[in-house]
Design a protein. Sequence first.
Length: 492
Amino acid sequence: MSGTFVGMPAFPKAAHDAVRNTTLRGNLRHATHTIRAKRAKAVAEVEDWAALREAGKRIKDHTLRHLDRYLEQVEEAVTAAGGVVHWAADADEANALVTRLVQETGETEVVKVKSMATQEIGLNEALAEAGINAYETDLAELIVQLGKDRPSHILVPAIHRNRGEIRDIFEREMGEWGRPAPEGLTDTPAELAEAARLHLREKFLRAKVGISGANFMVAETGTLVVVESEGNGRMCLTLPETLISVVGIEKTVPTWQDLEVFLQTLPRSSTAERMNPYTSTWTGTTDGDGPRVFHLVLLDNGRTDTLADEVGRQALRCIRCSACLNVCPVYERAGGHAYGSVYPGPIGAILSPQLRGTGSEIDASLPYASSLCGACYEVCPVAIDIPEVLVHLRERVVQGGPAVRRGNKVLLKPAKGHAAERAAMRAAQWAFTRPGALRAGQRLASRTRRFHPRTLPGPGRAWTGGRELPAVPAEPFRDWWQRTNGGKDGAK
């Protein structure tokens, strides 16, 4: 992945600072609780939600197993419909490709929609180095860009900002990027939205090049799909003369019938709507309708490496609904910036370390950015078992082991700073495979319980920094079971 977030500290340090920001925590608490409640109500309306969830999981798993075939089908269909398909192995290749395509048009401005994949690769920065201005058109992305900020949520990138902060950003920055904010702008949602509409409208009408992502690619027809709530996507996808779409290869679905499942589950899980206000689809080019030139950039950037991991590959099912963020107690308190990636929250904690590897301090810390409560799995519309992948990645960080990087099998070394954890896990393995030793250790722990500290010294201090050691019972369960005949004697 791109180095967009290089310089971010490991999650524990970033989260430690974030939880002390009372304004941030208030913004997050209000927003996540509101979205969570609305989503629960929208999902409850669907009697066959469990069946839709299972169908989405199976469609995604089937597609990932046969991704090579479906990607070739996408390429053939897009080409037959008048589009041009490009393959990008990594961020550098994708950025160079898109920059060249824009330069060939002779334009120095582009408008953008559905920007997560382009944020992942740092496209805006690459375009700026080439003298090309990229304008975000989603309202929240516009707020982030004007504020010289980073996104902190998948669905609501500016969730960490309140209305007063947004008004201040608009008044201070809009004039530097184009049409200034109206005089006397207040922080009412209607006025803020109108200021953004007026600011963006001149860019939509002027831009000759649009850059988009996509929520889905339908292999059987080569159709791309964008769902959104504001209409900015419709403007970006129809008005420019040239459209360049940068899409992760995992966004593929085989047929329109498969797409139907996700058009039911995605809006309910993300915006708590029965359907999105704007669902835009396009297939190649058509004379007199929409862009005259269409380029599709199929982005890998670590996805095939992730696909090689039998446990971790389920992260590629993700449809970017953000439901897992809105129920996560860790995200609610720490915010998205602490994850050091364009993909925050529980899904970011398993996706980023796989796309980027666990070699950096921030990526090695992300699998630990969770309480393992399982709420993320319960709400995921494609049933990604995020806790399972988190534990799997923790093992990789601590123990190292085989993995795939850039298509090659490698043997990862254990991450630094986990020697004590490795020793503890090996000691536990030794004890659990020797019943006699385990019994003796349990009895010793019970008999010395009065002398146990409430916190751990040395490397264990980090674990007990936010929790106390649980009290050891007066006797081991095994002894209680034998003494009471499995509880049948009525003894407590």
